[in-house]
Design a protein around this ligand. Structure first.
Ligand code: ADP
Ligand code: MG
Length: 370
């Protein structure tokens, strides 16, 4: 796996974009990508992800800021000179050409010798496991096969950078998972640099070296998948990635790395410090359903509080237990379905426990759009 360092291979420097000279759809985009990295822009629909890719590819101008590739500004460079491969959701293969001709096209316009083109086309057909399909036309392939051709066509001229904008969005779930593995395999094997765009968090978590969580034109956090999941830097990221409980409260204690929050049950919860930073402020404790445990528990925990049992939901390998706090906040605890899974009566008071490192104190955030 590629080291997440900073060799300045690709740099977005305070990039802004407005389409109407009034509202900024990209407000301040800063990102530094290392050669060989797989970086995903993840965010809700309309958050400006495609706009960033379009500026990188050269199909949209920057309103301000700069983009540098290998140290050189490309902000005003013609798209075809940027040496960037692209894959989009709607394959965009040439319908009147065969698959082999589609693959040959990027090499032909780069005036590569005929013999090289012929061998490269076969090599890349084999690479995406379509070795026998060179003479077919796009219409004679399935959606998944067409998308593999689009992928091969984006890679065949060994571009220094590959952009993918929701490339699997049109495929059904099973095919999408196959293609995720396929893209990951090719990335490992060939070592190209990828900027990938998706609104699907599972896709982002499984494929990327780093994920930039994007909202309202601003990067909220850019980190490795496990770091994002375990230590989100604000409520939006905690809400957007995975599932989370949010317990409203008041910030009553603060040290360099621990925040203490009094919730409506009267309990004070010790949390890792995040962006709630003013004593007395209204804030929220977030803790994931699989990081909350029912007392008695085998583990030693440093945070506990009480809540009333309301309901449970059987989901096979897990049971989801629902609880309510005095202020009406509902929360869910995910419990392994084993012999220890308890039975409670409705309204029963239960003690819940968690580790400080798994609880975060966040300033209130706007809800994540659907
Ligand atoms: P995403 O890819 O995250 O869904 P986009 O970059 O496509 O977001 O869009 C961001 C915002 O910019 C949206 O509000 C969208 O309506 C607007 N937008 C995108 N493309 C254009 C365009 N060519 N002209 C005007 N507005 C646009
Ligand atoms: Mg988009």
């Amino acid at each position: 796996m590629t080291a997440v360092g900073d060799d300045g291979f690709l740099e977005f420097d305070r990039v802004q974009k407005s389409y109407d000279q009034q509202t900024l759809v990209v407000r301040e985009f800063n990102l530094s990508v290392t050669r060989g990295e797989f970086v995903t822009l993840l965010g809700p629909s309309g958050s400006g992800k495609s706009t960033v890719l379009m500026m990188l590819a050269g199909f949209e101008s920057l309103t301000s800021g700069d983009i540098r590739l290998q140290g050189r500004s490309i902000a005003r460079m013609a798209p075809y000179k940027r040496d960037i491969g692209m894959v989009f959701q709607n394959y965009a293969l040439f319908p009147h050409m065969t698959i082999a001709e589609n693959l040959a096209y990027p090499l032909k316009i780069r005036k590569r010798p005929t013999a090289e083109i012929r061998s490269k086309v076969q090599e890349y057909l084999d690479l995406v496991e379509l070795g026998a399909f060179g003479n077919r036309t796009p219409a004679q392939l399935s959606g998944g096969q067409r998308q593999r051709v689009a992928l091969a066509r984006a890679l065949i001229f060994a571009p220094r950078l590959v952009l993918m904008d929701e490339p699997l969005g049109a495929l059904d779930k099973k095919l999408r998972e196959q293609m995720q593995l396929e893209i990951t395999r090719l990335h490992k094997q060939l070592g190209f640099t990828v900027i990938y765009v998706t609104h699907d968090q599972t896709e982002a978590l499984t494929m990327s070296n780093r994920i930039a969580v994007f909202n309202a034109g601003v990067v909220q956090q850019c980190d490795a998948p496990d770091v994002l999941y375990e230590t989100p830097s604000n409520g939006f990221v905690a809400d957007f990635i995975g599932e989370n409980n949010f317990l409203p409260g008041e910030l009553v204690g603060l040290t360099d790395d621990v925040a203490e929050v009094r919730i409506s049950s009267g309990d004070v919860i010790r949390t890792r410090r995040a962006d709630a930073d003013r004593l007395g402020m209204r804030c929220q404790v977030s803790v994931r359903p699989e990081k909350l445990f029912l007392m008695p528990s085998d583990h030693a925990f440093d945070t506990k509080f009480t809540a009333r049992f309301t309901n449970k939901l059987y989901v096979g390998d897990f049971i989801r237990y629902f609880f309510a706090l005095p202020d009406g906040t509902e929360l869910v605890v995910k419990v392994l379905n084993d012999l220890a899974a308890p039975d409670y009566s409705e309204g029963q008071e239960v003690t819940l426990v968690a580790a400080t490192k798994d609880c975060s104190a966040f300033a209130p955030h706007r809800p994540v759009p659907e």
